[in-house]
Design a protein around this ligand. Structure first.
Ligand code: MLT
Ligand code: ZN
Length: 485
């Protein structure tokens, strides 16, 4: 394949006062922040891995304002870093350290533009939080089947730009599968209005899917049409203690065979993860008896069918699993409050880990059948590398995506442990590669993993990505330093 030049310029132009003045005139006082204290929270990432710098944060109120900002910046040769809820785990929305880029927040663009319960579509702006989008769908008796731990802060634009996965991928697929239409501001300021709400639309290249998962490097998603699903009429959540990950996989297989359309989520948690949640997160308790060293699974079954008896099928599956030794105990939530409490035990893993100290995260996927093999081999590899490392493996076992996160040994300083980050990632990724998995399952590549792209996606695949980037953003002005090495 023909080589194209790397589109990222060696050094983008620095923003000059004339540009900031022009942006201020276009955006008005609510639309532009220049006080470093106001910008500081947007210049670092949730994990505090990066400390970027930007002289201004743009907060346009609508697509026209945003497009004008992009046009002004493009004319000045200045880069932009689009930012949603700033919940990236891979530094996907931090500005570069040299102050060369301006931050572009979508937070004010958070309106529901349309909701059609017959078409079952939600047209919503990129700055709405995922939770707000779920609530809008629920108000029309529909379901937006996308759920992630950070949904209270994560915004639709970021969720789509990273093709987020989360808890319900096992049943509904990733964010990509929800997208029927998009509105995107291109790097030259042109607006592409592709907000169609059609289920069939075969008209050439599927452009909207190009922007989903592009991590803001090809255009700024400003609004989307999302496909909704029927709202579940019955839901059951159970929390189980298991002897090991093999048992968890066997339980998942059994549940899926019993009623393939009912498994909404199947989440796995290793012993240490739960220990840290119970230690650091207030108002958390284990709803069952679990021998020391237990592994855990959270099961969510749901159906929109009115007559089904999910409770009975869950109870009989768990009874059978208990008698076969696949589980040692289980609790079924008897109320919405209990359901929430069980989900809290799972969803607070990232927060508990953050409170406990330094960690090295590996957001990986392998074929579902190989999850236990992966866990066994990767745990041994990390323990051989760093004595005393605490492996917190948890996540979406039902779709093969495990957050294989390593926590600093209790007796080791954070900085000493973090010096092992590339070595740990290399050891884990060697196993992932052998098992035909991916080094980046649902969090994206961001800034953290760009150095891995050459080794994993080199050759024709990376070359094709570079050509696409070059065709759409030849000067590399959108989200520089992310995704592509
Ligand atoms: C989750 O599923 O909770 C996350 O994606 C978190 C993480 O990797 O820490
Ligand atoms: Zn996850």
């Amino acid at each position: 394949m023909m080589q194209v030049p790397n589109p990222v310029p060696a050094r983008p132009d620095l923003p000059q006062p004339g540009l900031i003045d022009a942006l201020a005139r276009r955006l008005g006082p609510r639309g532009l922040l220049t006080d470093p204290a106001d910008i500081a929270p947007f210049s670092t990432d949730w994990r505090r891995l990066y400390q970027g710098r930007s002289v201004a944060l743009l907060r346009p109120a609508d697509t026209e304002e945003l497009a004008d900002c992009v046009r002004l910046c493009a004319a000045a040769g200045v880069a932009l870093v689009p930012q949603g809820g700033n919940t990236s785990m891979v530094g996907g929305a931090v500005p570069p350290e040299d102050g060369s880029a301006l931050l572009l927040s979508l937070a004010r663009m958070n309106r529901v533009r349309a909701l059609d319960p017959v078409d079952m579509t939600l047209t919503i702006e990129a700055g709405a939080t995922l939770k707000a989008a779920q609530e809008a769908a629920a108000a029309a008796d529909c379901l937006l089947p996308l759920s992630i731990a950070s949904e209270g802060s994560a915004q639709i634009g970021g969720v789509l730009s990273t093709n987020a996965g989360g808890n319900n991928t096992v049943r509904y697929g990733n964010a990509r599968e929800r997208v029927l239409g998009l509105e995107v501001v291109l790097p030259d300021g042109q607006v592409w209005n592709g907000l169609r709400r059609l289920r069939k639309d075969n008209t050439g290249y599927c452009l909207r899917q190009l922007f989903v998962g592009a991590e803001g490097t090809l255009g700024v998603i400003t609004a989307a049409v999302l496909a909704l699903a029927p709202r579940p009429r019955q839901m059951e959540v159970a929390f189980c203690a298991l002897p090991d990950a093999e048992a968890a996989l066997a339980l998942f297989t059994r549940l899926r065979r019993a009623d393939p359309a009912a498994v909404n989520a199947f989440e796995y948690m290793s012993p240490i993860g739960l220990e840290l949640v119970l230690k650091h997160i207030p108002e958390t308790t284990l709803p069952l008896a679990a021998p020391p060293g237990s592994h855990f699974a959270l099961i969510e079954l749901a159906t929109p069918r009115p007559g089904a008896d999910l409770r009975a099928s869950l109870e009989s599956a768990l009874e059978a699993a208990l008698s076969e030794g696949l589980i040692t105990d289980a609790a079924i939530a008897a109320s919405e409050a209990q359901r929430r409490a069980m989900w809290k035990l799972r969803e607070e893993h990232a927060e508990a880990q953050k409170r406990d100290g330094a960690s090295v995260k590996n957001d990986i996927s392998v074929p579902v059948s190989l999850v236990p093999t992966f866990l066994r081999e990767a745990t041994a590899a990390c323990q051989a590398l760093v004595a005393g490392v605490r492996v917190l493996a948890f996540g979406h076992m039902g779709d093969g995506n495990i957050h294989f996160n390593c926590q600093q040994p209790e007796a080791m300083a954070a900085a000493e442990f973090l010096a092992y980050d590339h070595a740990i990632m290399a050891a884990v990724n060697d196993i992932v590669r052998r098992l035909d998995g991916s080094f980046s399952a649902e969090h994206g590549v961001g800034r953290l993993k760009t150095y891995l792209m050459q080794g994993w996606r080199g050759g024709a695949e990376l070359e094709l990505m570079r050509r696409i980037k070059h065709a759409i953003d030849p000067r590399g002005l959108l989200n520089p330093g992310k995704l592509l090495p």
